[in-house]
Design a binder for this molecule. Sequence first.
Ligand SMILES: *[C@@H]1O[C@H](CO)[C@@H](O)[C@H](O)[C@H]1NC(C)=O
Ligand SMILES: *[C@@H]1O[C@H](CO)[C@@H](O)[C@H](O)[C@H]1NC(C)=O
Ligand SMILES: *[C@@H]1O[C@H](CO)[C@@H](O)[C@H](O)[C@H]1NC(C)=O
Length: 453
Amino acid sequence: MGFEILLSVLLIASYHLQYGNGRMILTMKDFISNSNSTNVDHSQAFQNAWRALCGGKGGSASFVIQAHETYTIQPQLLEGPCMPRNIHIQIDGTIEAPKMANDWGRNKLDCWLCFEKVTGLVLTGSGVLNTHGESWWSSVALQSRPVAVRFFGCQNILYNGLTQINSPRNHITILDSNNATLSNLHLIAPASSPNTDGIDISHSQNINIMSSTIKTGDDCVAIKRNSYNINVTYVTCGPGHGISIGSLGEGGASEVVQNVNVRHCTFTGTQNGARIKTWPGGQGFVKNILYEDITLINANFPIIIDQQYRDNAGQYKQSAGATAVKVSDVTFRSFTGTCAAPIAIKLDCDPNTGCDNIVMEQINIASSSPKTPLTSYCKFAHVVSRFVSIPITCSFHTEDSQPASLNPQPSAPYAISPTTPHTQPHAPTTQPPLFFRFYTNFKAFLGRLGRNC
Ligand SMILES: *[C@@H]1O[C@H](CO)[C@@H](O)[C@H](O)[C@H]1NC(C)=O
Ligand SMILES: *[C@@H]1O[C@H](CO)[C@@H](O)[C@H](O)[C@H]1NC(C)=O
Ligand SMILES: *[C@@H]1O[C@H](CO)[C@@H](O)[C@H](O)[C@H]1NC(C)=O
């Protein structure tokens, strides 16, 4: 009897040694047959590690790449569904793609780390994924360039802490996926690198992007077709093209994006800030969008809705009576900082479809250069504005294609609490004298206090 107890204690102890508290912990070394070279391709070892993780019988499994380790791997399909409820990959070292596009082999995947149909993945660590996109940007056409990390048909994903450098195309694509949290990521590529979006989301829902730095050559985040319930919080963007909804409706497609909150984000030297872009001729809608607590540092077009978007103007021909993707219920609230270009607010909407219930509150944007006054451009948008530092006069005429006001003159007080939000364009909201501004802000502040207490 005593012997049996001793035996089981020993068994449990050895189990814990090998599997660390019920977890199977693997390293690359477990899958490398000869470790005589530092510069070999570790694709097979990585794929074998994935198979062991994904096929493992325990409740969860871990794979660890330590800080001093560097591996080069070819594109990998990391396919589920997997046996364990959770798969944990910790990368504190570096994983690289081959340095030259030509050396990516014949494995024709359109991504480098391609997670498919995986549920419960935790991808974390302080390490680096370097895709060496610099060898692709000038030599390979966009359509043939792979994205760095793709989650396709995945669920319950946590992706945290890693740095991704120089993707050939998007750094991260989330496609057909549900429930993902991405946090503390650093996505880095030069401002001039083509189409190197930070994070692209399509056909996905319940996605949380938090506390990340994105410095790339295209959209920091792009929320595309048929995506909803997306939060982007504490993201620093720039260089980059902004945090965008769209583009949507290209080639006449019917596409929907709704329930997006972008909050506590900073745009530094970006081409755009809060941006919605839809193609003429498209269908579907964009709705329930909030951009709030946004800091601007020399950002161009800090607020922009472009319902006439075309990224290759030469190929686009507008047909008479064309449709557009409907844009409504969009709130821009609490923007502060500086704008580098003369047009701080651009609402370029479709004459037939228009943009409805566009709410602007507490927008306080100053020009980066004292010599360039800021203006707005507004066509076919129904705007409700309160405490907006730039006058918005919306035009509802097709022939008038000039910016609404080129030389704003301080004249009228703020338009406070408009009573007819869904109807006609509102009177210009221009800067009142300083004392009045202080007074109205103070009154509003008192009002808020009253409501909260
Ligand atoms: C080192 O690795 C290479 C490539 O895998 C192999 O061809 C070679 O035989 C190995 N040499 C030794 C001494 O193990
Ligand atoms: C979303 O995913 C996280 C991480 O795997 C998980 O803890 C959470 O329970 C999931 N939420 C839902 C509603 O499934
Ligand atoms: C997004 O934020 C809203 C408001 O804070 C919250 O109700 C919602 O659950 C969040 N959605 C996700 C996917 O985290």
